[in-house]
Design a protein around this ligand. Structure first.
Ligand SMILES: [Zn+2]
Length: 158
């Protein structure tokens, strides 16, 4: 399956936006150079439309893992500036929104998986991510200590 099918289907990242790709064999990364066209944005402050760009910042977004390679979108994230009120704001970006939704969904399922007895490897396989990603997410999660311990504690012999 060509990589562009994957990016279009899962991340709403159109093939025409992908200008180049680099394969980093040693890091097992597949880097996509993405260029999103300039689009009129509504100022969140005064609702005026603007296409005036204030600046760019190179941003990398991890899209997922395919064939044991981490797929990374690399693009110049724009900040627009409103000509009317002078406020600057980030561009809205459909593929980043999609990525954030997937991350939220992934976290939710990861928490659910903690209720089962699964190894990191099994969780990674289930969600098609690397073991490092699973460990990273688990480390980020701050699980609250129980406010009180149960009266009875049972321990099973393994
Ligand atoms: Zn404005």
């Amino acid at each position: 399956m060509p990589i562009t099918h994957f990016t279009e289907k899962f991340f709403k990242l159109k093939a025409e936006f992908i200008k180049d790709h680099i394969i980093n064999e040693s890091k097992q990364e597949y880097i996509l150079d993405v260029q999103i066209p300039v689009k009129a944005h509504k100022c969140p402050c005064c609702n005026e439309k603007t296409t005036q760009i204030k600046n760019y910042r190179l941003r990398k977004v991890e899209l997922g893992i395919q064939y044991n390679y981490t797929i990374i979108a690399r693009y110049n994230h724009r900040r627009y500036i409103c000509k009317s009120c002078g406020k600057s704001f980030s561009e809205s970006n459909p593929f980043v929104k999609r990525y954030q939704q997937l991350r939220t969904l992934f976290k939710h399922y990861l928490i659910e998986s903690l209720g089962e007895i699964l190894s990191y490897t099994a969780i990674a396989k289930r969600f098609n991510v690397s073991i490092t990603t699973v460990i990273r997410y688990l480390e980020k999660m701050k699980l609250a200590k129980p406010s009180k311990f149960p009266v009875v504690l049972s321990i099973d012999k393994i």
